[in-house]
Design a binder for this molecule. Structure first.
Ligand code: GTP
Length: 305
């Protein structure tokens, strides 16, 4: 076991380390001499005290795996023990790692527990590749912003959160003005370039919890969690000005520059309502902003000054 290429450690029935092989030393950056005979093995994997999978098997706490691990592998694939995957802090190795872990009990001939063997597989590269793929599938290819699917998912989860926390949820619909004429003069590729510049400008005005998405065509949507209408109007006006200041020449617009119109909406989520109503209210406000002459923001009718 010492020379196995796979990282392995073994705990005795009192959860003390009795084997910590070389590959485990390499993975964790912790020499065997430091952990053998101790119950400190968790320190090699986590910043805060918590059981490893082997501890859960020994202590018959298998019901806790779901809460403690990112992913539990179905028991059928590991009938003798437990299998799970988790992000580990790896304090001594200095680099977070995604580990696939198996923990299997070893018994004496007369059925007494001798210990539990835990094997570890570093799956960080595979996990990162999977995350990158998932992220890519949620982004709009032209602008790199969240795509419509990500927008819909976020609206749903933020709506549920707003309902739970009794916090307002705001939404901005941002639409490029007279974009058809821009395309007509600069061609579709020129239009694409303009959309990218606007996307970057809108995204630069956002805070960490906000989500900017390409809603479709030349329309963007901005989700502002925990934001009341007053704050949403301030963000909207900042975005409007930011785009105007880009100074992208427009062949026919009144100010000769590309501008956006923005409709804002805010709701205190209530049971029986759904996020599509917020989209409809913001869309109606956007329509009014267009109707009033473009390059402006508009609030829901009941809130407008
Ligand atoms: N270049 C480019 N153009 C797009 C894209 N998606 C939509 N468009 C164009 O955006 C234009 C939108 O035109 P309209 O809906 O008439 O709106 P508009 O000309 O912006 O007028 P208002 O919204 O009323 O100010 C159309 O010409 C679409 O072809 C895209 O991905 N790239």
């Amino acid at each position: 076991m010492e020379l196995l290429a796979i990282p392995v450690f073994v705990l005795d029935p009192e959860c003390r380390v009795i084997i910590w092989n070389r590959a485990c030393e390499r993975l964790t950056g912790v020499p065997a001499t430091e952990v053998l005979g101790t119950r400190d093995h968790w320190r090699s994997f986590y910043d805060v005290p918590r059981p490893t999978l082997a501890d859960l098997v020994i202590q018959d706490r298998t019901a806790e795996v779901g809460a403690l691990y990112q992913r539990q592998i179905a028991p059928e694939s590991s009938p003798e023990g437990l299998a799970a995957e988790n992000w580990c802090d790896m304090p001594r190795a200095g680099k977070r790692r995604y580990l696939a872990v198996d923990a299997n009990a070893i018994y004496t001939d007369d059925g007494a527990l001798m210990g539990v063997i835990e094997t570890l597989r570093d799956m960080t590269d595979e996990k990162n590749a999977q995350i990158a793929l998932e992220q890519q599938a949620r982004r709009d290819a032209l602008t790199g912003l969240a795509n419509r699917r990500w927008f819909d998912e976020t609206m749903k989860s933020e709506w549920a959160r707003a309902l739970r926390q009794k916090q307002p949820l705001s939404l901005l619909m941002v639409d490029v003005d007279n974009f058809k004429q821009y395309n007509d003069v600069h061609g579709h590729l020129g239009g694409d370039d303009c959309l990218r510049r606007i996307a970057t400008a809108v995204a630069s005005e956002m805070r960490a919890n906000d989500l900017v998405a390409r809603y479709g065509g030349e329309e963007f949507a901005v989700i502002l969690p925990n934001q009341a209408l007053k704050g949403a109007a301030i963000v909207a006006e900042r975005i409007r000005r930011r785009v105007e200041k880009l100074g992208v020449p427009h062949p026919v617009a009144a100010g000769r520059h590309v501008t956006v119109s923005i409709g804002a909406a805010t709701a205190l989520a209530a049971p029986g309502m759904d996020p599509s109503q917020l989209v409809a209210i913001a869309d109606a406000a956007l329509y009014r902003a267009k109707h009033m002459g473009r390059n402006r923001i508009s609030l829901p009718l009941s809130e407008a000054a």
